[in-house]
Design a protein around this ligand. Sequence first.
Ligand SMILES: C[S@@+](CC[C@H](N)C(=O)[O-])C[C@H]1O[C@@H](n2cnc3c(N)ncnc32)[C@H](O)[C@@H]1O
Length: 257
Amino acid sequence: MNEHKVYFIGAGPGDPEFLTLKGARALERCQLVFVPTPYEQTFADLLGGKTLLVPFDYYFEELLEHIRAGLETASVAFLVPGDLTFYSPFQGLIDTLGAAAEVIPGVGTANAASARLKKTLDLPGVCKSAVIVSPRTLGDRPEDPKLIDFARPGTSLLIYMNNIPLPNLVEELRRGYQSDVPIAIIHRLCLPGEEIVLGTLDDIVAKVGERDFFNLRAKTKRPALTLVLVGESLAAEEDGTWWNYRRDNIWRYRDGD
Ligand SMILES: C[S@@+](CC[C@H](N)C(=O)[O-])C[C@H]1O[C@@H](n2cnc3c(N)ncnc32)[C@H](O)[C@@H]1O
């Protein structure tokens, strides 16, 4: 039995600068790499001389055959968009591979988006919770939750893989939030063609105009690389009040500490 591993490497939103050192070292050890588009372009410098396959071109059993063959000579890698934490299709492979699988965390799209906007998604007195959700995965039975169930004042929403036309999405969010809150449409973050549109529920449709950020006019059913963030914290500004409150009440060592 060889020691080769199958690494599921959190590859970040698309720019190899966001690959962790651990991920880069694991990738170096691999000869066969499964690479979803467009990572074969953006990661080209790290993939020279390796055998590249697109995971979504294969059925599950075919993938396992390729992996087993690849493991005979070296470790095998999957570049996982963002990382495994949310909306990643690799769980079946990881469970099937058992001890041979190793998961390496990475920079999720949510992390990279928060950094790009320079906004934390929770903020005392502004946003008390953040909810990660996708209309594609909620289900369409009457008893399934709807997006509006999560769109509440004081909640940041991170909407992945949106497939609702923007005017309808905004209308649903407007009913949930019951006011005009900030929204960010983040398209192809850290990739060629990146576009970020900031607005509010009242003006975002006009700001986006004819741009099809969700691939709704395309033939492909593949979700667009577009993340939607909604919530009051996107436009909130904080001063030093909460810092000093925490300094006084939480962080300061007390007698006996
Ligand atoms: C199958 S999910 C993968 C999420 C990934 N596991 C992560 O941690 O970010 C694909 C969705 O993630 C978001 N996404 C992934 N990469 C993105 C990027 N570079 N820019 C904007 N959104 C992205 C989009 O909402 C897209 O529809």
